[in-house]
Each structure stands twice: as C-alpha cells, then as structure tokens.
Design a protein around this ligand. Structure first.
Ligand code: 4NP
Length: 162
C-alpha cells in the first residue's frame, strides 16, 4: 500500500531566497529522521519575476556553510498548488495576505500557515525579506527557519504511522 504523504509547499515572494531555504532545511530535517517516504516538499513564489532561475547565489552560498544544499528552480504558485498541497506555508504576513486573496476556493484558506507560528519561541513574527540587505539578513533567515521548521516537524511527526 502506498504511503500517505504530507504535501508541503513553502512560499515567499520571489522563490529565490526564503522559500528555497525553507525547502532545503525541511528536507534535511526530514532526512535526518528517516521520514523521506512520508513527505513531498516543494517551494514556489508569489511573483514570476525570477521564474526558471536558481536560488539567489548569496542564499545558496550562506546556506551551504550551514549544511544545506539549495537546489530549487524558481516557479510561481498556481491554482493547482492550492488543490494539491496539504499545507501552504508563507514566510511573512504579506505572503499570507497574498496567498489568502489568491486562493481559488475559500476552503483552501485552511491550508495556509505562517512559518513562524510553529515556533514555540515566538521571538520572530515573520521571516524578513533578505533580498536588498547584507549577509546578516541571510543569517537571520536560516536562524528563524531552523527554529520554526524543527517545531513544524515535531508537530507533524506524531501523526505519521511508522
Ligand atoms: P524571496 O526574496 O521572496 O525570499 O525569494 C526576494 C527575492 C526577489 C525579490 C524580492 C524578494 N525581488 O524583488 O526581485
């Protein structure tokens, strides 16, 4: 019998910085727990400006120093994503507003989450856009995502039958 996979889509504005990092970090956490068969993980952007591009070179370079391999190619979110994925997880409040307003059905709104809401620390309310800033912005992205995504996986793991 096939495994019932949790399908998770991480979303940011351009799909070249934050959501590709979230995808890589969550993939690594899932692998470390040996749960690869139970998840399908992807990322997408609210804009199509960077469609077809690799993730931002600054994001890829810094993430690799923290042990994460970012391999995604930017693509915009589409209506089928709202149907297909179980959880659609945005990086900031602006992402959440855009995700809600673009949802093809009202019922899809129940799938939309803000990534920092999973964190028990509640230090950060969102993942700030690092695109126009310096290296500290990319450090902050990884710090917040590690904390929030560890909590997300702990939240989901008990419902997975081994
Ligand atoms: P992301 O960062 O949403 O984390 O991928 C951005 C990437 C590109 C732009 C803005 C944010 N941009 O304006 O092109």
């Amino acid at each position: 019998m096939g495994v019932d996979k949790r399908k998770i889509l991480f979303v940011c504005l351009g799909n070249i910085c934050r959501s590709p990092a979230a995808e890589a970090i969550f993939n690594k956490f899932v692998e470390e727990k040996g749960l690869e068969a139970h998840f399908e993980i992807d990322s997408a952007g609210l804009d199509a400006y960077h469609m077809g591009e690799k993730a931002d070179s600054r994001m890829r370079a810094y993430a690799s120093t923290r042990g994460y391999n970012i391999t995604s190619i930017s693509r915009p979110i589409n209506d089928k994503d709202y149907q297909y994925f179980d959880m659609i997880i945005g990086m900031d409040r602006s992402n959440i507003r855009a995700l809600i307003s673009r949802a093809p059905l009202e019922s899809h709104r129940d799938k939309i989450f803000l990534v920092t809401d999973f964190s028990s620390k509640k230090v950060f309310k969102e993942v700030p856009d690092p695109y126009y800033g310096g290296l500290e912005g990319f450090v902050t992205v990884i710090d917040i995502l590690e904390d929030s995504l560890k909590a997300l996986l702990e939240n989901i793991s008990p419902s997975i039958e081994q």
